[in-house]
Ligand binder design. Structure first.
Ligand code: AGP
Length: 346
């Protein structure tokens, strides 16, 4: 029944809207695997994480969360690139492979290379019967239900939740996530869809959007840019805030929009400074934050929460913005041109 749109105009909107529930479902079908994989990670010498597209962006988040909270160092490798650096894969290490479909050819190939080095494979996958699941030593289910829209939405959220659950196991009670807070924050942001829809009308004619964030918000900026590209066909790019003066500032003028991901955590004041520098060059600023500022031409409010809720909270308005901009442009959000839901060939 999950594979039907129900009352929603598109699968993409349905899947975005399911996210308050996904928070509680993610990984619930494979609780033991999360425990076993978490304990395995704790005792593993070298850990690599791989994936493609959105799933790779989740890997980038995993890297930061594991480093900051579990003090575990991991290398992230884009699945299609792993063949070019296979020399760095230490024998008998651990490869965490993230894939919604479990059928991406690039991911399967990366797993194959790692298995030749006798690595253990932990998969984070939505389909437990997929090729990836069959190749894995530990299979963690996203359990977010079928995702039909080509643009990954709920699966990304689910991947972050699984990462949190793994870190909970690794940190043995010293890492606490308030799942209810995350779910409530998403619901609140979804209620605000009319405001986001109005901003979508403003961006539909422009040709360049940049998304800026620091720390864990940088991978979210990269993921946001991917969502905008796929759904709106607007050129979009994620920028690490501190990199602005190392190049991207040259592109800022009155023709561009910049989305500033700026929750009130340790990245806040530096990112606000970046926003001012961009604004001074005439670009329009969309601020996603729990704190209002006069620098934002458009402010999308997210609830004030604990810091580990922010990465998920701030993702939701950009999913909505991308979806509504597709509607405004009269393109099909479920099936963007030239793309397939899972890329099963190289
Ligand atoms: C995401 O919006 C894309 N459609 C795409 O990048 C996707 O995440 C990628 O192809 C990986 O798919 P997978 O998670 O099924 O392996």
């Amino acid at each position: 029944a999950d594979a039907y749109k129900g009352d929603y105009a598109h699968f993409t909107l349905k899947e975005i809207s399911e996210q308050p529930d996904i928070i509680f479902k993610s990984g619930e079908n494979t609780k033991n695997a999360i425990k076993n994989a978490g304990n395995h990670i704790k005792n593993s010498n070298n850990i690599y994480i791989t994936g493609s597209g959105t799933s790779y962006n989740a890997a980038l988040i995993a890297k930061q969360i594991l480093a900051k909270y579990a003090k575990i160092k991991v290398d992230t490798i884009i699945s299609s690139e792993l063949q070019f650096s296979s020399q760095i894969i230490e024998p008998e290490s651990t490869l965490i492979a993230i894939s919604q479909s479990g059928e991406s050819a690039d991911v399967l190939e990366a797993v194959n290379i790692a298995k030749k080095e006798k690595c253990k494979i932990i998969s984070i996958v939505n389909s437990l019967t997929s090729s990836l699941a069959r190749e894995s030593d530990f299979i963690i289910g996203m359990n977010c239900g079928p995702e039909i829209g080509v643009a990954a939405t709920k699966s990304f959220t689910s991947q972050i939740i699984i990462i949190y659950k793994l870190v909970e196991v690794i940190c043995n009670g010293n890492f606490v996530i308030d799942y209810k807070e995350i779910s409530n924050a998403i619901s609140k942001i979804l209620e605000n869809h009319a405001q986001v829809r109005n901003i979508a009308k403003e961006i539909k004619e422009i040709s360049d959007i940049y998304v800026l964030g620091r720390g864990v918000h940088y991978p979210i900026a990269i993921e946001s840019a991917l969502k905008l590209k796929e759904l709106t066909y607007i050129h979009a790019e994620g920028i690490a805030g501190g990199e602005l003066k190392h190049g991207p500032l040259a592109l800022m003028d009155s023709n561009v929009f910049v989305i500033i991901i700026n929750p009130k955590d340790s990245t806040y004041s530096d990112t606000l400074t970046s926003a001012r520098e961009i604004k001074a060059r005439g670009a329009k600023i969309i601020g996603i934050s729990d704190e209002k500022s006069d620098v934002y031409d458009y402010w999308i409010e997210i609830p004030k929460t604990s810091e580990l809720t922010y990465p998920i909270s701030e993702t939701i308005p950009i999913q909505l913005l991308s979806y509504y901009a597709a509607i405004e442009k009269d393109t099909d959000p479920d099936y963007p041109r030239n793309l397939a839901k899972s890329v099963t060939v190289k």
